[in-house]
Ligand binder design. Structure first.
Ligand code: COA
Length: 165
């Protein structure tokens, strides 16, 4: 298996990160809330600012970014036991390679070391590949959020998945 490394993304990663987001928003729209047009409208300095917030993790092979994961530990006292994941995306040529597993394992380890009790994510109810992946990482489906997203006016439903840490 290839050597994959997971780490926090920084402003210096913004070009590679934006390239991945554009690919994901264009080719896997059900995996993203943001549209391709909204993604494309983000200027370099805005991308750098987002990454400066420290809410993205990336998976690399030989210095190349091949996947990204939004990770937001909750800040309020009553919800700070929870962490929210998303978007989660691995570039097409690295899907099925194990990169996604390394990325998720990195986020799970970080959440555990932050003392979190639970990770949460939403996934389109027809995104079978993503759900199979999340279940293999230990996530459980706990609820359905109806009409959670509208894609070009079409109503879509999400499942809520959680992982107890
Ligand atoms: C979701 C994603 C990160 C998973 O990573 P991955 O490397 O593709 O995952 P894997 O190939 O290791 O695992 C996917 C599982 O689904 C299976 N699978 C593949 N295609 C499938 C399909 N069309 N329907 C159902 N299952 C499928 C695979 O066989 C594998 O299961 P197995 O290991 O038991 O055989 C990646 O596919 C991706 O980035 N997708 C596009 C963006 C996206 O949908 N993100 C999730 C948003 S919530």
């Amino acid at each position: 298996m290839q050597n994959f490394v997971c780490r926090v993304l920084a402003p210096e990663d913004s070009e590679a990160w934006q390239k991945l987001r554009l690919e994901g928003a264009r080719d896997f729209p059900s995996g993203f809330l943001v549209t391709y047009e909204e993604t494309a409208a983000a200027r370099r300095d805005h991308c750098r600012k987002i990454l400066a917030g420290g809410s993205f993790r990336g998976v690399f092979t030989e210095e190349n970014l091949v996947g990204l994961c939004g990770y937001r530990p909750q800040q309020l006292k009553r919800t700070q036991h929870r962490g929210v994941i998303g978007p989660f995306f691995v570039t097409r040529s690295y899907q099925g390679s194990g990169a996604a597993k390394v990325l998720m394992a990195g986020v799970i380890e970080e959440a555990k070391s932050n003392g979190l009790a639970q990770l949460e994510l939403f996934v389109d109810t027809e995104n079978l590949r993503a759900m199979a992946f999340y279940e293999r990482q230990g996530f459980e489906r706990v609820a359905t959020h109806y009409d959670s997203v509208r894609v070009d006016g079409e109503s879509r439903n999400d499942h809520l998945f959680t992982l107890r840490l």
